[in-house]
Design a protein around this ligand. Structure first.
Ligand code: SAM
Ligand code: SF4
Ligand code: SF4
Length: 332
């Protein structure tokens, strides 16, 4: 099945909660996501059974990779039960993106539920910088403990995501590279993006991936690695001395819309065909209205075939100001 730009449907990102215990300044700034923020009430969320059913229909339509995200996925109660249901879908590469703060507590239950890998976000090894970025006073040590617990539980190889913002944590690029080099963990540098409508994005705050690579290469020589598959989001590099791999995700300076095979299912069951979408398609209404799997499948085919999104290829200072869906809701 191909969309209007001949792209296949391969990946599904599922947001399991719009809530988070962090207030990362680039994602859920505290002045917007404050005490009175109207997070979704529980009845609005898709149940695990509903998520698993929708996911199964997506798998029947070509999805081979499912990532649970949010918000902070580990805040959703008993999320390991959902993991178990999705792991039972068969030949699907299942993973989770998490902030690491609750991982030490959950790692073994997640592994026992059938999870194989996780991606953990960590923006700095400097406690002062990290606490300022997560704006919830979480220390680096708690995330590193979570990473250790994940590996001890068998969740490996582990990926680490670092969003780079100029003047905030670009001084941490080299310390992070040095720390994770040779550890078997794959550090990935993400360009700061204009997701949502509240993070105050400016092009000046973006550190282009080419600059990240140049800075690391000057100290620890790198060479490019072929992608694992077409449509891979991260561009891969490896240390020439065998110290392992890193990745860069350059959605601002080198848009990869042409190969984008991702659909997103929001916490309340809306399907979005782009991270920067301004509107979606209500699958929950179909599910709760008694639609058959056949009818769900027909809706997914309609949605995908009409898809023409290529936001990152058209990004300008003006589009950055559009009222897009917040990332914590749509799922990063
Ligand atoms: N709470 C989980 C976490 O932080 O890993 C999962 C959800 S989070 C929205 C998913 C990923 O998106 C994280 O790696 C996060 O750093 C990244 N992210 C959030 N806002 C971003 C932005 N404005 N630009 C680039 N990446 C961003
Ligand atoms: Fe929470 Fe993740 Fe967003 Fe940070 S990036 S506020 S941890 S959802
Ligand atoms: Fe895919 Fe939209 Fe990102 Fe382009 S901007 S890569 S279409 S999610």
């Amino acid at each position: 099945m191909r969309d209007a730009r001949a792209r296949a449907l391969r990946d599904l990102r599922i947001s399991v909660t719009d809530r988070c215990n962090f207030r990362c300044t680039y994602c859920m700034p505290k002045d917007v996501f404050g005490k009175d923020y109207p997070f979704l009430p529980h009845a609005q969320l898709l149940s695990f059974e509903e998520i698993a059913r929708i996911a199964r229909v997506f798998v029947d339509h070509g999805v081979g990779k499912i990532r649970l995200t949010g918000g902070e996925p580990l805040l959703r109660r008993n999320v390991e039960r959902l993991v178990e249901m999705l792991a039972g879908l068969g030949d699907v590469d299942l993973t989770l993106t998490i902030n690491g703060s609750l991982l030490a507590r959950k790692a073994r239950a997640l592994r026992a539920a059938g999870l194989k890998r996780v991606t953990v976000s960590l923006d700095s090894l400097d406690d002062r910088v990290f606490r300022a970025m997560n704006d919830a006073d979480y220390p680096v040590a708690q995330v590193l403990d979570g990473i250790d617990a994940a590996e001890a539980a068998g969740l490996a190889p582990l990926k680490v995501n670092m969003v780079v913002k100029r003047g905030v944590n670009d001084g941490d690029i080299l310390p992070m590279a040095r720390f994770f080099r040779g550890s078997g963990r794959v550090l990935r540098f993400i360009e700061f993006m204009d997701v949502g409508a509240t993070n105050g994005w400016r092009m000046d705050d973006v550190v282009p991936s080419a600059e990240v690579i140049a800075r690391i290469n000057a100290e620890m020589p790198l060479e490019p690695v072929d992608p694992n598959y077409s449509g891979e989001v991260a561009e891969r590099w490896r240390y020439r001395d065998g110290g392992g791999e890193i990745g860069v995700i350059s959605s601002v300076t080198q848009a990869f819309c042409r190969d984008c095979t991702r659909a997103r299912l929001s916490t309340e069951g809306m399907v979005y065909t782009c991270l920067f979408a301004t509107s979606g398609f209500d699958l929950r209404a179909l599910v709760r209205g008694g639609a058959s799997d056949e009818e769900l499948g027909a809706a997914i085919r309609r949605i995908w075939r009409a898809r023409a999104d290529r936001y990152s290829e058209m990004r300008t200072a003006q589009t950055a100001g559009l009222r897009k869906i917040e990332m914590s809701y749509i799922g990063g």
